[in-house]
Write a protein that binds this ligand. Structure first.
Ligand code: 5GP
Ligand code: MG
Ligand code: MG
Length: 192
């Protein structure tokens, strides 16, 4: 066991489980979007969605555009610190396009709600959400998808703070190829 793995208390999803579920999601999304007249835009929510977006995109059997957006509400803790802000916007023009927002995890729902409103203000014709994990028990904001958008999720996540497969604690652990829960002694904020 190397020192990175030794920080993990429990593994919730292994690399094999992740690969097969992401493949299923990509097949579902490809089938649902195959009728569109213009290629959809996959919008990854940085930084957490970077691995999920990369795996999902390479299995979608349609021409798609890819862009990133950044929304921040987390500091160095495990609880959201209020209303999210868009700190880095899209490069592409999404007016009249179907957007698939690609997220690592939906928790309170406030980030998604902010992002959907933002995409609506930019004239997206519809917005679907593909989130790798979903914690419905923690929902505080009930976001509404735009147009004929659908909600896709990889797995339902228990109410614990998870890391890996793109998800961080204090910007670490994103590079784990699986999703797990840290040992309690590693959930400590370091001073910057
Ligand atoms: P929300 O706005 O839905 O409360 O939170 C959204 C963002 O918070 C997620 O996209 C993710 O970046 C972060 N987040 C929520 N729950 C977790 C978690 O269990 N682990 C990690 N690493 N990030 C989380
Ligand atoms: Mg995220
Ligand atoms: Mg984070």
């Amino acid at each position: 066991m190397n020192s990175l793995d030794s920080h993990i208390e429990t593994v919730l999803w292994t690399p094999d489980q992740i690969t097969s579920r992401v493949y299923e999601l990509a097949a579902e999304i490809s089938a649902d979007l195959s009728h569109l007249s213009e290629p959809p835009v996959l919008v990854g929510v940085a930084t957490g969605a970077f691995l999920f977006l990369a795996d999902l995109a390479r299995h979608i059997r349609l021409p798609v555009a890819v862009d990133f957006i950044r929304a921040e509400s987390y500091g160095c803790g495990t609880e959201s610190n209020g209303a999210p802000k868009i700190s880095s916007d899209l490069k592409l023009d999404v007016a009249g396009r179907h957007v698939v927002l690609v997220e690592d995890i939906v928790d309170s729902g406030s980030t998604l709600s902010c992002l959907i409103a933002h995409l609506e203000s930019k004239g997206a014709s519809s917005v679907s959400v593909s989130t790798f994990l979903d914690k419905p028990s923690r929902r505080k904001v009930h976001f509404k998808l735009l147009g004929k958008g659908k909600f896709y999720r990889g797995f339902e996540c228990p109410d614990s703070f998870v890391v890996g497969y793109g998800m961080d604690f204090a910007e670490l652990y994103r590079n784990l190829p699986y999703v797990g829960v840290l040992k309690p002694e590693h959930y400590k904020c370091q001073s910057p």
